[in-house]
Design a protein around this ligand. Structure first.
Ligand SMILES: C[S@@+](CC[C@H](N)C(=O)[O-])C[C@H]1O[C@@H](n2cnc3c(N)ncnc32)[C@H](O)[C@@H]1O
Length: 297
């Protein structure tokens, strides 16, 4: 019999789980122990607090804590991650949505104050579908296409769309970036893999050990996907269309140069940490025609 099976109240299981996760160098052990226990018992966190002395079975929780102690991402253990207030299914087939990617949705909302102007959205490298699905909730008249090279990621994205009631407004295409896309869009979103290959081995265990290389590896300087996607953007945009790309640290300048070479006007919105995460791109002439004084959102 192991430690977890000896302990039976919610309170003591939380203490045990916190200690196990602390030993495994998990940054917020108590918070994660609580989340895992709530997930194992299918209770809310408030419920755990209210019923601290209730005796419960420990085995499911024990298995979850053991997985997390091996540095499997919390989101893989629970199978869920919240993005833009949407409850998404996640799995090892693609990237776990990151909070910083929400800045692309903030930029999209700022770029189109009149939400009805967005009728068609393209999301290149859609993964869980997080960006496209969040955008569809903000632009209620829009239809969206998510593209990914991974069939498994697209299956996950389609399940997320169904669970959120967005299946009828979304389509999913397995392809190499924009190669299979003939149409034009009001909004193009793209969060490509952008980590330089040489940095992959040094990533935290949760990322290096559990997230797929296809979602992370940006080639030598981390810019391989931009080199491919940015020149294609002009043909994907409708007359007043806008593209928004996620960037890694230090990538704003080289990507801005690529955009200018492609005839696009780039503008960045730094996030709260001062990192330029979301780059907005518009065709140079439409920006002037709009009289917007720039594209900074
Ligand atoms: C950084 S992840 C982003 C996933 C999701 N959009 C997000 O923001 O969480 C990059 C995604 O691009 C996909 N991808 C990688 N290479 C691709 C390619 N050549 N064509 C299409 N998608 C690709 C990966 O499978 C992965 O889902």
């Amino acid at each position: 019999m192991n430690d977890a099976q000896k302990l039976d109240t919610i309170c003591s299981l939380l203490t045990w789980g916190t200690a196990r996760l602390q030993q495994a160098a998990i940054e917020h052990p108590r918070r994660e122990a609580r989340l895992l226990l709530a997930h194992a018992l299918e209770m809310t966190q408030e419920g755990l607090l209210r019923e601290q002395n209730r005796a419960v079975s420990a085995s499911r929780y024990e298995a979850f804590v053991a997985r997390r102690a091996r540095r499997e991402p919390l989101a893989h253990v629970t199978g869920r991650r919240e993005f833009w207030s949407l409850d998404l299914l996640v799995s090892p087939v693609t990237l776990i949505p990151r909070p910083e990617s929400e800045s692309l949705i903030e930029a999209a909302v700022a770029a189109f104050p009149d939400r009805s102007q967005v009728g068609a959205i393209l999301d290149l490298g859609t993964g869980t579908g997080c960006l496209l699905l969040a955008a569809l909730t903000e632009f209620p008249d829009a239809f969206g296409i998510g593209v990914d090279r991974s069939e498994n990621a697209l299956g996950l994205a389609a399940r997320n769309a169904s669970r959120l009631g967005l299946a009828a407004r979304s389509g999913w295409i397995c392809a190499d970036w924009e190669s299979a896309i003939a149409g034009q869009f009001d909004l193009v979103l793209c969060n490509p893999p952008y980590i330089p290959t040489s940095e992959l081995a040094g990533l935290i265990p949760e990322v290096a050990g559990y997230e797929p290389r296809l979602a992370l590896d940006g080639g030598d300087a981390g810019l391989a996907a931009y080199t491919r996607v940015v020149p294609a953007i002009p043909r994907l945009l409708r007359a007043r269309g806008k593209a928004i790309l996620e960037l890694g640290p230090g990538q704003a300048e080289p990507v801005a140069r690529m955009a200018q070479r492609a005839g696009l006007e780039p503008a960045c919105r730094p996030d709260l940490a001062g990192v330029s995460r979301a780059m907005l791109l518009v065709g140079q002439n439409p920006a002037k025609a709009l009289g917007s004084g720039g594209v900074g959102g």
